[in-house]
Design a protein around this ligand. Sequence first.
Ligand code: MG
Length: 369
Amino acid sequence: MQVNSVELFRVSMPMKAAWRTAFSEMSAVDSVFVRLDLDGAVGWAEAAPYSAPNYCAEWADGAFDVLRDWLAPAVVGKRVPDGGAVQALLKPFKGNHFAKSALDIAWWDASARLDGKPLWQAIGGQSPTVSVGADISVQDDTESLISEVGRALDAGFSRVKLKFRPGMEAETIQALRQRFPEAAMHIDCNSGFTLDDLPLFRELDRCGLIMIEQPLAHDDLIDHASLQRELQTPLCLDESIVSLDKARKAIEIGAGRWINLKVGRVGGLTNAIAIHDLCQDRNIPCWVGGMLESAVGQGPSLALATLPNIKYPNDIFPSSRFYEQDVSEPAIDLSGPSVVTAPAGRGHGFAPDPERLHQCTTRHTRIAA
Ligand code: MG
């Protein structure tokens, strides 16, 4: 199988409402779409590190540049029989996991299309039905947060994730727990805190949270291990897990008891599957996170979420949650309360609508053999 060409689209997709986390407030999702031609079959992927390097060190314009100048030229014209071959071609280049992931995922999509299989089956998924949760951004006050959580639970979501940032207090989470004593909830701190916040985490430890996601620095493992030793509540690592090697080290030092897998953050589906398999061997459950991507970006997450060691409702969202109209089609919809079903067609099952892609594209280029 040969990569004949790679086409890049740098896009900005306006959101319905601003999204607030510990690291930013944003009103659009900035991504790079990749269209890869593999023996005539087209695969699509989306790298969404956002517009500024504040979730991680990457950003959308940087991802476009490194794909155009280094990564795409390394794979175009090459024979790539499997995902490992894609990774081997990208290995000389350090970092840039989101950018690399787009080539890896587009290869998987095209390859599954050539094989005539849905991606979730091609990677060994068990069932196309995937459990999903609700994700709630930072709110102005506790009352707004309570009403948002109430809405999500009334809509049938089986768990709720709350963005939690410096300045917020444990009393807010305690108030939620009093109002919803049985709800499955966790908080995502997006690396906003340090070990100096141990008293806060001790209070949060009494709130019956399923997990506390990425409380400490984006590149830390050691302090997470220290914090985990002080808490009953499991920590979940997100930003810190950027590779199979980091996952192994995190597990070995006890830096957390859950891993949030994101295909972009770990450099592609090939690496995400390897981390999933390692975690399965070491009894560390995983779930799948997202970057508020269009359906093309969520497609590989949906496939990944069908693997057996995915043990918690995933951050895979109906298109209407964040967008008036998804740039990609078909739109993702719930197929039941708290459930999304992976498409039965070839590949991950999603592609951009050409007209909508054109409207939100700010830069474009094509690299051919
Ligand atoms: Mg997170």
